[in-house]
Design a protein around this ligand. Structure first.
Ligand SMILES: C[S@@+](CC[C@H](N)C(=O)[O-])C[C@H]1O[C@@H](n2cnc3c(N)ncnc32)[C@H](O)[C@@H]1O
Length: 154
């Protein structure tokens, strides 16, 4: 998986999962049957191996954390521990995106309340409970294909 991320190569099926055609043309080049992310974007990406279930420090804070389709592999206690440790890793106005079948509703009350759930188009985003109100006025309509949040396919 990490080698695939480093290579920045995606199949036609993968790029069809919500990526606007304008972004495909702008940021990808066709290589054989695959699409390759532009070098100018790939050189800005740091790829590191991380065991979510083990302690990790010093990663910093993030505007967006994608944690899609991975919490399903952990028992309830480990899932809770991971989501508790994710809170301070998210900027105050940052977003956590889970898989479409994953939820923070089944957590202990204090931890569930620490996460705010906001619908953005077809996607549910998670934010820190103390995050400022969601302001989408500077983006296009959530149902628009050019909306960055609506196009994640999460
Ligand atoms: C079903 S795939 C989801 C991949 C991707 N997030 C997506 O939604 O397409 C599950 C991923 O979880 C990763 N994973 C499983 N256990 C993990 C752990 N303890 N720490 C970090 N990643 C883990 C696997 O390596 C795999 O890449």
């Amino acid at each position: 998986m990490l080698e695939r991320v480093k290579a920045g190569r995606y199949s036609q099926v993968e790029v069809n999962r919500g990526l606007p055609a304008t972004s495909l043309v702008r940021y990808f080049t066709r290589v054989g049957r695959e699409w390759e992310v532009a070098e100018r974007l790939r050189e800005r990406v740091t790829v590191r191996h991380l065991n979510l279930a083990a302690p990790y420090v010093g990663l910093g804070t993030f505007d967006m954390i994608w944690l899609r389709n991975v919490l399903i592999y952990f028992d309830a206690e480990t899932k809770q521990d991971i989501l508790r440790r994710m809170l301070p890793m998210l900027q105050l106005d940052g977003f956590l995106l889970l898989g479409s079948s994953e939820t923070t509703l089944d957590l202990p009350a204090d931890l569930s309340a620490a996460w705010r759930r906001d619908p953005v188009g077809r996607v549910q985003v998670h934010r820190r409970a103390s995050a400022p109100p969601l302001d989408l006025s500077s983006t296009t309509s959530p149902s628009s294909p050019s909306s960055p949040l609506a196009s994640t396919g999460a």
